[in-house]
Design a protein around this ligand. Sequence first.
Ligand code: GDP
Length: 436
Amino acid sequence: KPIVAIVGRPNVGKSTLFNRLTGGRVAIVEDQPGVTRDRLYRDANWLEREFTVVDTGGLDFGDRDNPFSAIIHKQAEAAMEEADVIMFMVDGRSGITADDEAVATILRKAKKPVFLVVNKIEDFSQKERYFDFYSLGLGDPIPISASHGMNTGDLLDAVVAALPENNGEEDDPDAIKIAVIGRPNVGKSSLVNAILGQERVIVSDIPGTTRDAIDTAFDRDGKRYILIDTAGMRRKGRIDEAVERYSVMRSLRAIDRSDVVLMVIDASQGVTEQDKKIAGYAHEAGKACVLVLNKWDLVPKDEKTMNRFDKVVRSEMGFLAYAPTIYVSALTKQRLPKILELVDFVAEQATRRISTSVLNELLADIQRVTPAPTDRGRRLKILFVTQTAVKPPTFVFFVNDEDLFHFSYRRHVENRFRETFGFEGVPMRFFIRQRE
Ligand code: GDP
């Protein structure tokens, strides 16, 4: 999906516009405890086009002691580097500030469409309120009122028209696409190089519509893979580390295009907040996932260390309980061949289909052995279940009363499904429909 970034100084109304554009759309994998909900990235659609909106104002640019102008500078750079379309938002009530001018200076160099959005204009006849902004040199100012939703439709029309065509990112439909994601310095590049060093590379650096990852195709045992390397751009010197550090947009897009996510974690550092955030995207995107704990050579260990690590990973990233872990070293090449075996395995799990009759037999058994608890004298009855999709496996349950399908019972059903069918490494999606 293309990415639309909203840039601007605080209080101009970025998050109001963000909320309006994304309409509080909630991911389907709701109420799963432990999912890190970073609401700065949300999917939106307009005129049948889907895109992701990013509120750069909420991005954590780390260093609190940095002067504000430096932070907004980074926001603008990250947006220029990674977004397809930029909305630069200014405040029509306060007029142009020095920060606005600084950002405009950066954005004027952008090679992507930039829309100059003047917010807080409730009366479009007050042209003097927004005509001033012509001096920023970013074209026609577009007046809107984010809080009243005035002119936001026209703004979206323009934005959608400027989105890049998906000029057939059809890659190779049979290839397994693997996204290698993780924080900077966890060893993504090293892993990619080590993996590719052992495989028969067909094409490297496949030119694509996206410029924020390097794709490499290789064959193994007659199967085709495409490795999506988010760290590769930095390696090629096309992006500097500061921008990479502050941006998850490239990870998002790589995840979006992938079949399997290799979530790389630095075992010598343990699981960090940023790891959880990035992993959360893979989970929400419904992708098959393998947790790769790299730099295992640096960890002093005995025979129990791996188990202990597994426990930590499970408690820190409970929402990824289904994802297998593997402990590797890009340096010593320990267990590297095992990574692709796991990739094959989870990729296959993600495409499994269970027949409706088998599903409903299991469902009857679940309800017989563990009936749903009653709620105000009523008991949930699941009448029927069917699998409606793969990648991720998606199930629709028809029930007597959807309010009775509580989280705990849903979790129980999910666990029984996993015990019975596997689905290792893949999230499952449940939809509930009420039937009279
Ligand atoms: P990226 O930012 O995730 O792509 O990380 P890099 O691949 O650039 O690696 C960051 C640093 O960690 C480099 O100095 C690597 O040499 C080092 N490194 C990567 N993998 C390993 C590993 O398995 N063991 C050790 N000891 N160092 C590693």
